[in-house]
Write a protein that binds this ligand. Structure first.
Ligand SMILES: NC(=O)c1ccc[n+]([C@@H]2O[C@H](COP(=O)([O-])OP(=O)(O)OC[C@H]3O[C@@H](n4cnc5c(N)ncnc54)[C@H](OP(=O)(O)O)[C@@H]3O)[C@@H](O)[C@H]2O)c1
Length: 197
């Protein structure tokens, strides 16, 4: 199956691995705030411009979105607002605006994260964002028109990220393995699901 897929966050730890995994069988357009055209999911105008520039995409995969990891006592209202605006509303807008733009029978995949279901100290803002996003995906899929499928991948800690942060990376999932989960969701038939790694 050769399909035309946009990957947002294509230069990131997860996004890069997704692009590599897809490029074997599909046409992939990699985007981020640093690409041309620039896509900043925090800014709905750039999302609209992106869908306008690439009409009839078969799939959109998002592995982008920022959130603040900090102890609850140190979390400022602006940290929570930034996390909501970026990772949650950014991906909600990507889905919302994609409903009128992605090709019939197409697929939109967003990224939440393990903190929705397995909280840890410092992760409360991201638990909020990930949980909200997963609930939105389950609901939005019910109303998706034209056979569009909407799903989330909820990654556990990625090995490369743990290594970069100086953590014990032995329980981490290699980005290459995680990317296969995105490909499985893309090439599968499910909708309204949240797929853990
Ligand atoms: N790594 C993990 O262990 C892990 C675990 C669970 C969940 N996640 C989630 O997975 C997602 C990706 O994580 P990652 O570790 O791959 O991140 P990363 O290595 O920091 O890469 C982020 C990617 O997204 C782009 N990006 C950042 N902000 C953006 C924005 N506002 N609009 C468009 N593109 C943006 C970046 O490029 P530019 O800077 O050029 O825009 C980059 O390509 C995040 O939502 C993260 O919370 C990660």
């Amino acid at each position: 199956v050769l399909v035309r897929i946009a990957v947002i966050g294509a230069t990131g730890t997860i996004g890069k691995a997704i692009v590599e995994a897809l490029a074997e069988r599909h046409e992939v357009i990699g985007l981020s705030r640093g690409s041309d055209p620039r896509v900043d999911i925090d800014d709905p105008a750039t999302i609209e411009a992106f869908y306008g520039a690439f009409p009839g995409l078969d799939a959109v995969i998002c592995a982008a979105g920022n959130g603040v990891f900090a102890p609850l006592a140190d979390l400022r209202p602006e940290d929570i607002e930034m996390s909501l605006r970026s990772k949650l509303l950014g991906q909600v807008n990507l889905i919302r605006l994609g409903l009128g733009a992605v090709a019939e029978g197409g697929s939109i995949i967003v990224t939440s994260g393990v903190l929705s279901t397995h909280p840890m100290p410092g992760g409360s803002a991201l638990s909020l964002v990930n949980g909200g996003l997963e609930a939105f995906v389950r609901a939005a899929a019910l109303e998706a028109p034209r056979g569009l499928r909407i799903n989330a991948v909820s990654p556990g800690w990625v090995k490369e990220t743990m290594e970069r942060l100086g953590m014990d990376s032995s329980p981490g999932i290699p980005a290459r393995e995680l990317a296969k989960i995105y490909v499985g969701v893309l090439e599968g038939t499910q909708t309204g699901t949240v797929v853990p790694s």
